[in-house]
Design a protein. Sequence first.
Length: 276
Amino acid sequence: MFIEKQGQGPNEISGLFYYISRQMKILKRAVQLIYCLYAIVLFSILTILSVTAMFLILPFGKERISEHVYFICRYWGKILYLFMGVRHSEIFEAPHDFNRAHIFVGNHNSYMDIPSIVQLKHQPIRPLAKFESSKIPLFGLIYRNAVVMVDRSDPEKRAQSLRNLKMALEKHISIFIFPEGTFSMTDEYPLKSFFNGAFKLAIEMNIPIQPVLLVDSVDRMHFSSALTLTPGKHRVVYLETVEVSGYTLDQMDDLKDLVFKKMDEGMRRYRKYPNS
């Protein structure tokens, strides 16, 4: 009888550990859901306050409205990260000339990329964004004045969008482009293939390309769900600037491949991937 009880001991202990482990997972998930709810409420409050501030400044400086709107967006991102417990930092692997306009290109794997982009405070910069989102009530006001919009609905509007891009660059306002076009939607590798637009524009205007890595955004919120929000670090890494002088449009694919290789290798230095 004594031997049988001893034999049952490990099973009872194993069952206890399983029960504790299961309860801890449930508790962890509950805490994360509470955090996500808190972050969503915080996001909503800050966005409402930002929109209100933008309406208040409209009568006082329409000629500089984009500058004012982007200033508000920058502090929206700062305060959002502060109260979410997200630590934004910038790492420069090579010197960057803040006095020149650049075409910034970055990887895109999470909605948490956006607060990081608006915090790139060192020089005037505007993200490239789709026209369709400008139709959203209230948000459209911020959107139209904080980004350079691209309308691909017909050839004439595409041409006007290109002119707007070139005008911004001529005013020494840098442009931020996600060359993947959308989320990469995978944890298997760092990047999906690039579209040509950023590289064609860089060659045509002789504007240097600044690759940046948004390293940790997918850890702060996975592309699969908004309910994966977590606090923690968020690093933005500036890679070596790529000069485009000497490139022709016939060499656009070479330029695109060079930037892709630099960014792919950079992401693999900072993160682990299954096929690394």
